[in-house]
Design a protein around this ligand. Structure first.
Ligand SMILES: O=C(O)c1ccccc1N[C@@H]1O[C@H](COP(=O)(O)O)[C@@H](O)[C@H]1O
Length: 221
């Protein structure tokens, strides 16, 4: 039996959209704590959203290059299940965050070339999960959430030391092809289920989760 693809809907700001995502079968919801993002939520908003999240859906906090003071405050105020590090955090920093806070860490990194895929092994030693995203352009204001895809052939047939998620420009129209090409069992997105930056669309959330969960089995030859 083919297991359903696990979907993470990131950058949620409305309780209603969490309900939609959970009912449609999302495995994870993400709250974005990067202040320059249109998906940013403060700790009070995130706490309310976390308390509205059904049991069984993992609550992920997305952070970018934050220090321990920030994480101390965040994790005191918001009941999260996992931390997503989506900046230039080193392997040592990933290990430190795991150790200090006792929560599973998803380490995100951008991929544009074969060379970049070496990070799979580097972070695979220290993170609980890996998240592969498109490498942002040099002038990008954000290290993710840019709606950009990358060459999925780069992650086809890789050995994955830890569970991983495919991200970067996924939409209802391309997610089945992405899964077929890469064999991803988990997918993550933010902008692909929005009607405008930071504005989630419930119909797109439902349609994306359905498309991911009904994607044909991977063709990895
Ligand atoms: O979504 C954001 O605003 C964001 C900001 C800073 C770092 C990461 C961000 N989002 C993450 O980026 C990937 C891909 O997003 P998209 O689907 O291409 O929009 C995803 O992991 C988001 O969680």
């Amino acid at each position: 039996m083919k297991l359903k693809t696990r979907v993470k809907i990131c950058g949620l700001k409305e309780a209603e959209h969490i309900k939609v995502a959970a009912e449609a079968g999302a495995a994870y919801v993400g709250f974005n704590f990067f202040a320059k993002s249109p998906r940013y939520v403060d700790f009070d908003q995130a706490r309310d959203l976390a308390l509205e999240t059904p049991i069984g859906v993992a609550k992920v906090g997305l952070t970018v290059n934050v220090d321990n003071t920030f994480l101390d405050d965040l994790l005191t105020k918001v009941p999260l299940d996992m931390i997503q590090l989506h900046g230039h955090e080193t392997p040592e920093r990933v290990a430190e965050v795991r150790e200090l806070y006792g929560l599973p860490v998803i380490k995100a990194f951008g991929i544009a070339t074969e060379e970049d895929t070496k990070l799979i092994d580097v972070f695979g030693e220290v993170a609980d999960q890996l998240l592969v995203d498109a490498k942002p352009p040099k002038d990008a204001k954000m290290l993710g959430g840019n709606g950009l895809t990358f060459d999925w052939r780069l992650v086809k047939r890789k050995f994955w030391p830890k569970p991983w998620m495919l991200a970067g420009g996924l939409t209802v129209d391309n997610v089945a092809e992405a899964i077929q090409m890469t064999g991803a069992k988990q997918v993550d997105l933010s902008s692909g289920v929005e009607s405008a930056p930071g504005v989630k669309d419930p119909d797109l959330i439902r349609a994306f989760i359905k498309a991911a969960q009904t994607a044909p089995a991977p063709k990895l030859s």
